[in-house]
Design a binder for this molecule. Structure first.
Ligand SMILES: [Zn+2]
Length: 77
């Protein structure tokens, strides 16, 4: 559970996902990419997923390029 993942690491992971989209699926709730085996989304606990390879691949690309959107702990009060 690290929010400090570097952009380079994200891009690298995104590339790995894009190469094997059949191992992953996209959460319909929060658009996270989770492993195909997961019963529920570890992020939002959703249970609806899009398993289409094209969707996984394009979502991986988006996530790989996007800057982290989570709020850093220093901004929480
Ligand atoms: Zn989710």
């Amino acid at each position: 559970m690290s929010n400090n993942e570097s952009l380079a690491a994200r891009a690298q992971r995104a590339a790995q996902i894009a190469q094997k989209p059949e191992l992953y699926k996209v959460c319909e709730g929060c658009e996270s990419i989770v492993v195909r085996d997961a019963a529920t989304c570890p992020n939002c606990h959703g249970y609806r997923f899009d398993t289409e390879s094209e969707r996984v691949r394009s979502q991986a690309e988006i996530l790989g390029k996007r800057l982290p959107t989570s709020i850093p702990p220093s901004e929480l009060h």
